[in-house]
Design a protein around this ligand. Structure first.
Ligand SMILES: Cc1cc2nc3c(=O)[nH]c(=O)nc-3n(C[C@H](O)[C@H](O)[C@H](O)COP(=O)(O)OP(=O)(O)OC[C@H]3O[C@@H](n4cnc5c(N)ncnc54)[C@H](O)[C@@H]3O)c2cc1C
Length: 356
């Protein structure tokens, strides 16, 4: 049984991209509902650095979270370092809980209902999609009807799996972990430290808190990874940890397509390359805008092109950088190469910075 007439857009997932979809859709006067089973300010393993393009996209949606601004990206290796400042705007380090709070408040102001339900299945019809849901403790929820579904249900998207759109990926899987520490930020850049087997990046997220994220294809506890970054470890040893370690992965995910009938995959659900370049949220917001534009035009299939236009540059750069993490020699040469060719490094950072 479905309850009532279909809404224009049902968003699956109330992460930053899902809530961004809801705001873009509401701005176009569409009727919107969001499904998000997790309650309270939703946290997630994330480096929490918003690129200038993402900061601008949020501001356009009326969302201006508190955080700590950063000027650009600094790469630090054992023998060399390279710095690139953003040419336009600043980035913002922002706790996911703060971002979620601010987006949720704006979604509520837009009159969008967020239902505490998870998508459990779906059936596509010529004029609508019927979505089966489940509530807390796995109890069956209502079946909802929508003219279009925007699935922003994350890296391991249940919607992508249901639609059999998962595409196998090669290479060694990489994983990410993060934790927060109470300490005044010591850099006005996001610092990316290149170790022998992992990359650690430090993002200022408040005047007295930094987030430390570690990425690697070697699975080990965060504390073990940090032993590969002596100076950072020594600094953190004197600081109080203010969050539990959270992890995510495998990071690389691919989808065969972004559109299946009236269902559009957005954000991490549409595919993900790596967290190394920290543009996931900004890119996701650009996808949200493109997906809503396709729905408003009445041509969901148009989103495939919009998705490619929004993502190809960043995917190429992130993919190339991800490749460089593997061969030892290339890995060791990366920071010295960035230091030797600062204009190339700056061009890459600014390309990523304008995502969204
Ligand atoms: C270690 C690490 C570091 C990163 N660093 C950065 C960074 O510095 N900057 C940056 O911009 N990005 C970064 N990213 C990427 C960023 O975290 C993601 O790109 C971003 O979270 C994508 O948002 P999303 O809304 O698509 O997915 P998510 O944030 O994963 O949200 C998906 C939502 O869907 C919900 N959901 C799941 N299943 C269902 C279901 N069945 N029904 C309904 N809802 C469901 C979940 O509860 C969740 O709230 C990093 C990622 C990792 C892993």
């Amino acid at each position: 049984m479905t309850g009532g007439s279909p809404v224009d857009v049902l968003v699956v997932g109330g992460g930053p991209v899902g809530l961004g979809c809801a705001l873009y859709a509401a701005r176009h006067g569409l009727t919107v509902q969001v499904l998000e089973p997790r309650s309270g300010p939703v946290d997630k393993a994330c480096g929490e650095g918003l690129m200038p393009g993402g900061v601008a996209a949020l501001a356009e949606l009326g969302v201006e979270p508190d955080g700590h601004a950063f000027r650009g990206i600094r790469y630090l290796g054992p023998t060399a370092s390279a710095v690139a400042d953003f040419r336009a705007g600043t980035g913002l380090g922002v706790r996911r809980t703060e971002l979620h709070d601010r987006l949720s408040a704006q979604v509520a102001r837009a009159g969008v209902e967020v239902l505490p339900l998870a998508l459990d299945g779906l059936d596509q019809h010529a004029d609508r999609v019927e979505v089966r849901t489940r509530g807390h403790h796995g109890t069956a929820g209502a079946t909802l009807a929508a003219r279009n579904v925007l699935a922003a249900d994350g890296l391991h998207s249940p919607t992508r799996r249901l639609l059999r759109l998962d595409h196998p990926v090669g290479g060694r899987p990489r994983f990410g972990q993060r934790q927060h520490f109470r300490v005044a930020p010591w850099s006005d850049h996001v610092d990316v430290l290149w170790g022998a087997r992992a990359e650690a990046y430090v993002t200022p997220v408040a005047d007295d808190v930094v987030g430390v994220a570690v990425l690697s294809d070697h699975r080990a506890p965060l504390s073990e990874h940090l032993t590969g970054f002596r100076p950072l470890l020594e600094r953190l040893a004197r600081c109080e940890a203010v969050s539990a370690v959270a992890g995510a992965g495998p990071l690389r995910q691919r989808s065969r397509r972004r559109v299946a009938g009236r269902v559009l995959l957005v954000g991490d659900a549409a595919g993900y390359v790596d967290a190394l370049t920290g543009e996931g949220i900004s890119l996701g917001l650009a996808q949200a805008r493109a997906a809503v534009a396709a729905v408003v035009a009445g041509r969901p299939s148009q989103y495939e092109r919009g998705w490619v236009a929004a993502t190809w540059r960043c995917s190429l750069l992130t993919g190339a950088l991800r490749q460089s993490t593997r061969p030892r020699l290339v890995r060791r040469a990366l920071v010295p190469a960035a230091a030797a060719a600062p204009w190339v490094f700056s061009a890459a950072v600014n390309e990523l910075g304008r995502a969204a």
